[in-house]
Write a protein that binds this ligand. Structure first.
Ligand SMILES: Nc1ncnc2c1ncn2[C@@H]1O[C@H](COP(=O)(O)OP(=O)(O)O)[C@@H](O)[C@H]1O
Ligand SMILES: N[C@@H](CCOP(=O)(O)O)C(=O)O
Length: 306
């Protein structure tokens, strides 16, 4: 296809960042929900963005304000791409959800541009570009959503500048609840402390190490147990989600683990098979929307058109 290729369409999945103690470090790729992102070459110069789907009316289409636009602009500048492009985003992931909605568009467009212009960039470089989008959505270019969106599975951002990502493929079912409110990641970051107690740091490092160990042992029970004990971020954000603490207490023995997904309001849990229905029904009753899904493999190319 080479230079003749005119359009690439990708499926870009939701992600769940933090997983309790791994604030700004851990991320998990989900199979569902997802955005569909296509990038098409156009006659006029510049970047045109069209957004449809979940709450699309709230999402800016100016390239400097849309996460996909920011990523596209940076890639086109660095690779001296003069052709104009049209980015079409169908939002399947509600913005302000805690499911990496803004990151899905950033990651999707990075992968699509890489394909469309045959840039052959490694995944780490794509994560670096995609993270630029988070600068406009969350006020900081955190990479813990875009890394799993691109690599799939479980990822750890072990260094920024230079960016370093570690990746562990995992298989796991997850039950996500999505309360009918929106939380801006930017605002949910502003309520976090700038400094933390030594005791809380020791707790979180210990639990985070335990979670990584448990993945290598394939011990979901241990993973979930540690995921529930974040002493730094979750206690501050729990107040933003109606009934979160009450439901967590109710289901804590019926799931392997439960915590806030990203900045919330989504909640991620690892269900025990024997209690799945009961917990799902409770989530639906209290919060409305629920996704029963599994860990996903990252952005995938759906179509390449001449
Ligand atoms: N392509 C996009 N998709 C989703 N949100 C976007 C996009 N571009 C810009 N935004 C803005 O990013 C914010 C949503 O991101 P964020 O608060 O991080 O929520 P989420 O946790 O769902 O990613 C909203 O202000 C939204 O307008
Ligand atoms: N580490 C970030 C992750 C935000 O994820 P999102 O899905 O809410 O955008 C944070 O917790 O602030």
């Amino acid at each position: 296809m080479g230079d003749k290729m005119r359009k690439v369409t990708v499926r870009s999945p939701a992600t769940s960042a933090n997983l309790g103690p791994g604030f700004d470090v851990f991320g998990l790729c989900l199979d569902e929900p997802y955005d569909i992102v296509s990038v098409e070459k156009m006659e006029e110069n510049g970047i045109k963005i069209v957004v449809e789907g979940e709450k699309s009316e709230e999402i800016p289409t100016e390239p400097d304000k849309n996460t996909a636009g920011v990523v596209a602009k940076a890639m086109m500048k660095d690779f001296n791409i003069k052709e104009g492009i049209k980015i079409h985003i169908t939002k399947g992931i509600k913005p302000g959800s805690g499911l990496g909605s803004s990151s899905a568009s950033s990651a999707g467009v990075a992968v699509a541009i890489n394909e469309l212009f045959n840039l052959n960039l490694p995944k780490l470089k794509l994560v670096e570009y995609a993270a630029l989008g988070e600068g406009v959505a969350a006020g900081s270019p955190h990479a813990d959503n875009v890394a799993p969106a691109i690599f799939g599975g479980f990822t750890m951002v072990t260094n920024y500048n230079p960016l370093e990502i570690l990746h562990i493929p995992v298989e796991m079912n997850v039950l996500i609840a999505l309360p009918d409110i929106q939380i801006s990641t930017k605002e949910a970051r502003e309520i976090l402390p700038k400094k933390i107690e030594m005791e809380d740091m020791i707790n979180n490092v210990g639990k985070a190490c335990g979670m990584v160990y448990s993945l290598f042992r394939n011990d979901i029970e241990l993973f979930g147990k540690y995921m529930m004990v974040d002493k730094v971020v979750e206690p501050r954000r729990a107040k933003l989600i109606p009934k979160y603490e009450e439901v967590k207490e109710k289901v804590k023995d019926k799931v392997y683990g439960i915590t806030i997904s990203g900045a919330g309001p989504a909640i991620i849990s690892i269900p025990k098979k024997e209690h799945l229905l009961e917990v799902k029904e409770l989530f639906e009753e209290v919060w409305g929307r629920v996704y029963y899904t599994k860990v996903g493999n990252g952005v995938s190319v759906l179509e390449k058109d001449d």
